[in-house]
Design a protein around this ligand. Sequence first.
Ligand SMILES: NC(=O)c1ccc[n+]([C@@H]2O[C@H](COP(=O)([O-])OP(=O)(O)OC[C@H]3O[C@@H](n4cnc5c(N)ncnc54)[C@H](OP(=O)(O)O)[C@@H]3O)[C@@H](O)[C@H]2O)c1
Length: 313
Amino acid sequence: MVCQCTLNTLAYVALTYFIYRFFRAIYEIVYPYLIATPLDLHKLSGGAKWAIVTGSTDGIGKEYAFDLAKKGFNIILISRTQTKLDSVKEEIKKECKNIEVETIAYNFTNANVDDYKKKIISVIEKKDIGILVNNVGLSYAVPDMLHKVDLQENADIAIVNMIPVSILTAAVIPQMVERNAGIIVNISSGAAYVKCPQVATYGASKAFVNHFSSILRLEYANSGITIQTLCPGYVSTNMSKVKVSLMALSAKAYAQSAIRTIGIIPETTGCIQHQLQSLAFALPESLMVYFAKLELEKTKLAINEREKAAKQQ
Ligand SMILES: NC(=O)c1ccc[n+]([C@@H]2O[C@H](COP(=O)([O-])OP(=O)(O)OC[C@H]3O[C@@H](n4cnc5c(N)ncnc54)[C@H](OP(=O)(O)O)[C@@H]3O)[C@@H](O)[C@H]2O)c1
């Protein structure tokens, strides 16, 4: 039989753990978003002048590029469509006259390492890269059960969400290690925490981003490199197709909030609204899945509305 003192000890351990989790959750909401003063990104980058943003012609990536340009970084925009890259470059140059902007058109469904070397890594090696924002990501045209998703779409989601973050991070790290400074921001998703049906490859690929970043934080713990994982909830963009609301921020508001947390917290959602929502991650899994399914219905509704509007035009 288990003695009373063992039961008491277990109860105290459990209580201490729950108190720790409770205060940790409060800290993660309050400190980065309401108390901390944003850090000087130029200092964290070791004075390096260039920032790279992938998937930077739309949504969150475009707003990261704008914000970092306003902070005085030269920007390398990488996305798949040259015309969109040119127009984002022009927009940034109009607002930020004293910085340089370069563009690289690359379709990240191409995982060929020689192509990465030729088109991207050769450029990276010639510049002092202070910040890498691994933002590019792909989700489903319409979420569905795995066997109903087009095989190529499924493969593209896995490739785009996992390969660029690993190759580009490996490509910038040598110069950051040498400089003993640098910032890498890996954009994951709240989907990394929830086993949400109908987005299996997306959710699993985002869990990869979280795990990958956590391991790198250990590997490069003494290198001066800041590695941040961001796990947003809904942000109003082409990908999510949801409208701006109290919980679904505009890409601009989201990026501005998230950038303020660089160097302050290693893994976060990026804004206080999503940090509050993330309290749900402490719920039992069945409840979490239930809420995730409700959220997914919102996406499907938004996709339907968009398709209807497109047909009416
Ligand atoms: N929006 C959300 O609610 C939400 C929530 C959680 C996580 N996230 C994550 O946040 C990141 C940004 O999402 P977003 O909503 O801002 O996306 P978005 O508005 O759809 O923008 C995606 C960007 O990536 C580029 N891109 C897409 N596929 C590409 C490819 N194969 N090769 C090169 N570039 C490609 C797009 O270029 P084109 O303009 O040429 O298409 C665009 O610039 C993603 O990693 C996403 O998973 C978003």
